[in-house]
Design a protein around this ligand. Structure first.
Ligand code: NAP
Length: 333
């Protein structure tokens, strides 16, 4: 019996697909083999009934120009762009959105009749997720930890969404000043404890990814009989180890009820930073929603069709954690 004949009814035939008419898109990054994007996009294309396929291309630093020229020549429809290529992708595009021009970085390319169109959907994806959870940044006090690509996208998006104030806190102050320059009337560089008084805190550094594994909380009794809480995660070798939830001097035990705390890291789904903020009563959310919503915007750009958000959420929720990641990250906003 052929492989095709064994394909269960309703599933894509593995022997006959992809075919000569299949449209191809993908993600370029280095490394990229861990990426959830192929799962997310291929689930969406299948649910939409589109003859599209999405692949991961590991492109080393310095090889982006050749990779993008090759992709255009081969007729790829679009590319998601991740680290370390976001700045170079913005430079080599022939048309850039306003956000790309302001950020100097792109996370999306579309090949369009000889043109290479660059978009940046990280900030819009974050806003979509915040609003989906019921949080509108307009008029609110916001804080961003970090000043790299994701933090800069968040800063610009929050400022453009009408935030009353955006305070940037970063390990390296010079980088924080550069991020603040994106919207100087609304954004300022702050000290870690300035974030105590914000409505929204975005943790936009990879600090929580070190070691990996979801944070677990253990209650113990201290020397004076008081309750103490110990956060454990995993060290580089995957062994349980005590972890600090503090990032760039910001201690999530400062946060509490009435504050929303978002960690852009989604693996682990519950970072030590989020676990501690949740323990203090803050509403918390991880970065999975931002990933899903920026992918949804890419699909709209490339195909012109509406992406199946429910199917996309279901795909990544099952992959990241045995538990539902939004549940792991606490109640939605
Ligand atoms: P990046 O450009 O390399 O920037 C990293 C930033 O984090 C810098 O401001 C750096 O501070 C700071 N940082 C790094 N390690 C730190 C540590 N141990 N303690 C304190 N600060 C530290 O990275 P990025 O592209 O912005 O990505 C940041 C995080 O967001 C990553 O975890 C990434 O996976 C995540 N992300 C998520 C999504 C999503 O869809 N959910 C999208 C994009 C990015 P210095 O300036 O002092 O070096």
């Amino acid at each position: 019996m052929s492989e095709f004949a064994e394909t269960p009814t309703g599933a894509r035939p593995t022997a006959a697909w992809p075919s000569s008419t299949t449209a191809v898109a993908g993600v370029i990054g280095f490394p990229v083999r861990h990426s959830l994007s192929p799962l997310l996009h291929n689930t969406a294309f299948a649910a939409m009934g589109l003859d599209w396929s999405y692949l991961a291309f590991e492109v080393p630093p310095g090889a982006l120009d050749r990779a993008v020229a090759g992709a255009a020549a081969l007729g790829l429809r679009g590319l998601s762009v991740t680290m370390p290529h976001k700045d170079a992708a913005a430079r080599l595009a022939t048309r850039r959105s306003r956000q790309v021009r302001r950020l100097g970085a792109a996370n999306t390319l579309r090949f369009d009749e000889g043109a290479i169109v660059a978009e940046s959907y990280d900030g819009d994806g974050l806003l979509d997720d915040l609003r989906d959870g019921g949080f509108d940044p307009a008029g609110r006090r916001c804080g961003v930890i970090g000043a790299g690509g994701a933090a800069r996208a968040a800063v610009l998006a929050l400022a453009e969404a009408g935030a009353h104030e955006v305070v940037v806190v970063n390990r390296t102050v010079a980088a924080a000043w550069r991020a603040a320059a994106l919207a100087p009337t609304v954004v300022r560089v702050g000290r870690p404890d300035d974030l105590r008084r914000t409505d929204l805190v975005i943790q936009a550094t990879p600090a929580a990814m070190a070691g990996g594994g979801p944070a677990r909380e253990t209650a113990t009794v201290g020397p004076a009989g008081q309750a103490e809480h110990l956060l454990t995660g995993q060290d580089e070798e995957g062994r349980d180890a005590e972890v600090s939830p503090v990032v760039a001097g910001v201690d999530p035990s400062w946060f509490g009820a009435g504050q929303l705390v978002v960690d852009l890291v989604y693996d682990p789904p519950l970072s030590p930073f989020l676990a501690e903020a949740r323990r203090q009563g803050a509403t918390v959310r991880n970065g999975l929603g931002m990933l899903v919503y920026q992918a949804a915007r890419q699909i709209r750009l490339w195909t012109g069709a509406e992406p199946p958000l429910e199917a996309m959420w279901a795909a990544v929720a099952g992959d990241v954690s045995p538990a539902d990641p939004q549940a792991a990250a606490g109640p939605s906003m």
